[in-house]
Design a protein around this ligand. Structure first.
Ligand code: WTA
Length: 635
């Protein structure tokens, strides 16, 4: 029996039980049957959770790009691997076949080698969402260089710290990038960043915007002439299963970003397996994940997961609102997208606009629609299900993290019955547990606790680059022997998980544990509210009280604020209880968000506390200007 594809609920439980009882056999069989290896493993897994020491497929030899590209050539050489949809729809989409992808990755890999990049070297990739980004990532993996993709919206200082942390030898960038009606001077940002990066020897520059850039003699070269001179053939580096594949930075509770290190074989096996099942992928499907490759979602579900399955994957350069709010739906219609994977923040922002934008397009090609990145509130879930999925596409609410490498808890479409706002059940091989404050595992259903994972999984990060102690301390010390996710969750009467948000987003009001996410959900259901963020602030009597920052829909803008405040609180009171009423409500025009759409709550917390002294690192904010507005209008 093959474990690669789950066909029905009975089979899910069968696979799940097998994966818990005999994880080695379960993952061993998936690895053996679905990938090509230079050499097999001695042991499927070797671990010591207390030391945060985990190895999968010990001593196996493999190259992930052979599995992403080469092995598909015989059967799928002419099949489209990548559809590039540019920022401006008038530019026209580009289809890159597997044959062409092989040639382009091989050439790029040869260029990197010629430029002195060797196995184990770190390469920073700072590119917009253009084919060169995918090709550069794959070329690094081809030759065993460790890619560190930095989202091309980060500021120069954020780039500097990421380059220096892992001492990149090379930067691959472009002259500029298009985003909506803006053009961004990426090379200028890199020039500024590199003033303080002694490790960088070479910079390769792709041409995207045809803008004039400054080329530093001896350091900078245009990429295209080098590619033109390279041969379209490349022998892949033989990698050990545990050789590093990439570093990806994620923000921590302190200012310094954490360089999560992922290794080769385990990451390959689980991203491929999860992609196949969570998106119910079939041979002729067109898959579209709207994330940027600069985030883990893009690594695992624009590139590696789809390509490992020989899929067609869309790379979208643009934004949801350009040239208009119909852009996502137009792309789905145009490319007959079968699976669409996006973030709640995008769903909410598009739900705010007229439904005509969605209704205008033919979305009948859609089969599965997904959500990732934060808890999806009930209202957004229903809008997504009704207007985008037309009630016929299962909504896969996928819970996972940069650290987990691939999806951990999610419905399997057409297998697991969905439930709004619930990520539902763990994937086979994943053992979530809920823990109480006394560090005991909470058994049974209808319980709430801190979400931990009690057995290693193949695609877990292995360390924080250069700081294993921090890795151990952050993830493996709060609950000894287990991986602590930092999230809280509840398990309902049938064992479904609902992620309630970061544990540090919990506020204790009058001794009651209140997750801010469900309160926000309730508030967001109010017809005048577009979005909200709740934080706690110290209160003499209650210990903590709740402060709400609320963005109104256009319909709410014209209403009396006192009436609205009263109505919103009545709404919260009736949905959650009087205990969850907000002490203060401030109407704002925006919330401080990171580029991946997460609200930076620590800033809101400080404002609510009236502490304007130091907001810490705000370089990763999409809209830093909003901080002053919120501060100035504090209640
Ligand atoms: C949150 C993104 C609720 C969670 C892949 C997690 C979610 C953090 C969900 C990781 C979801 C992600 N429901 N919360 N479906 N997906 N999260 O590293 O708090 O950018 O710990 O990885 O996002 O964010 P990251």
């Amino acid at each position: 029996m093959s474990y690669y594809k789950i066909k029905n609920l009975e089979e899910y439980f069968k696979h799940y039980k097998k994966s818990i009882r005999e994880p080695r056999k379960f993952w061993g069989k998936i690895a053996e049957e679905n990938f090509i290896w230079y050499q097999g493993w001695d042991k499927v897994v070797d671990f010591n959770m207390g030391e945060a020491d985990v190895k999968w497929f010990v001593n196996a030899k493999v190259n992930i790009t052979k599995n992403c590209i080469d092995r598909h050539l015989a059967k799928r050489g002419d099949k489209t691997a990548i559809i590039f949809e540019p920022n401006n729809p008038n530019e026209g989409a580009l289809h890159i076949s597997y044959n062409e992808l092989y040639d382009r990755v091989a050439k790029m890999a040869n260029v990197l080698r010629e430029q002195g990049v060797k196995k184990g070297d770190r390469v920073c990739i700072y590119l917009p969402m253009i084919p060169e980004l995918a090709i550069a990532v794959l070329a690094c993996a081809r030759i065993g260089a460790i890619h560190s993709v930095v989202f091309a919206g980060f500021s120069a200082s954020a780039v500097t710290s990421r380059i220096n942390d892992c001492e990149c030898k090379m930067v691959i960038t472009s002259d500029g990038g298009f985003r909506g009606n803006k053009s961004i001077d990426l090379k200028g940002i890199i020039d500024e960043a590199l003033e303080k990066c002694p490790s960088v020897e070479k910079v390769l520059v792709a041409n995207r915007t045809n803008t004039d850039v400054n080329m530093k003699e001896g350091r900078d070269q245009w990429l295209q002439p080098l590619l033109d001179a390279a041969i379209p053939n490349n022998v892949a580096e033989i990698m050990d299963a545990e050789d590093p594949l990439f570093i990806l930075y994620t923000s921590g509770s302190t200012g310094k970003p954490k360089g999560m290190l992922h290794t080769t074989a385990g990451y390959m096996v689980q991203t491929a397996y999860s992609f196949k099942n969570i998106f119910n992928y079939e041979e002729n499907d067109v898959f579209w994940c709207t994330a940027d490759i600069g985030w883990i979602t893009g690594h695992s579900y624009i590139l590696y997961g789809p390509l490992l399955n020989g899929a067609t994957t869309v790379i979208f350069e643009g934004v949801p609102s350009y040239p208009d709010f119909g852009r996502f739906w137009e792309v789905i219609d145009k490319h007959k997208v079968s699976q669409f994977y996006t973030a709640p923040t995008a769903i909410r922002s598009l739900a705010k606009e007229s439904d005509e934008w969605v209704d205008k397009y033919d979305l009948s090609s859609l089969k599965v629609i997904g959500s990732v990145g934060e808890p999806i509130n009930e209202e957004a879930w229903h809008w997504y299900n009704d207007h985008v999925g037309k009630k016929k596409c299962p909504v896969v609410d996928t819970w996972w993290q940069t650290e987990t490498g691939s999806i951990m808890i999610s419905p399997v479409p057409f297998v697991t019955p969905t439930k709004p706002t619930y990520a539902t059940l763990p994937l086979p091989g994943i053992q979530p547990v809920l823990m109480d404050e006394k560090r005991n595992e909470i058994e049974g259903n209808q319980v709430v606790g801190s979400l931990c994972i009690k057995f290693p999984w193949p695609s877990m990060a292995r360390t924080i680059w250069g700081d294993h102690e921090r890795y151990k301390e952050t993830y493996f010390s709060a609950f000894p022997g287990k991986y602590f996710t930092g999230d809280g969750a509840l398990r309902d009467e049938v064992g479904y998980y609902r992620i309630t948000g970061r544990v540090d987003d919990v506020v204790i009001v009058s001794g009651h544990n209140l997750g801010t996410a469900p309160i926000e959900d309730a508030i967001n259901e109010h017809p005048a509210v577009a979005e909200s963020a709740i934080v706690g602030f110290p209160h003499d009597i209650k210990g903590n009280a709740l402060y709400g920052f609320i963005i109104l829909k256009e319909t709410g803008e014209y209403r009396d604020r006192d009436n609205l405040t009263r109505e919103i609180n009545e709404h919260v009171s009736s949905h959650i209880g009087p205990i969850a009423k907000l002490d203060k409500i401030q109407f704002v025009s925006g919330l401080p968000k990171t580029r991946s759409g997460k609200i930076m709550r620590r800033i809101l917390r400080k404002i609510a506390e009236g502490d304007f002294s130091n907001f810490g690192d705000t370089s990763t904010l999409l809209n830093p200007e909003i901080v002053d507005e919120i501060k100035d209008n504090k209640i």
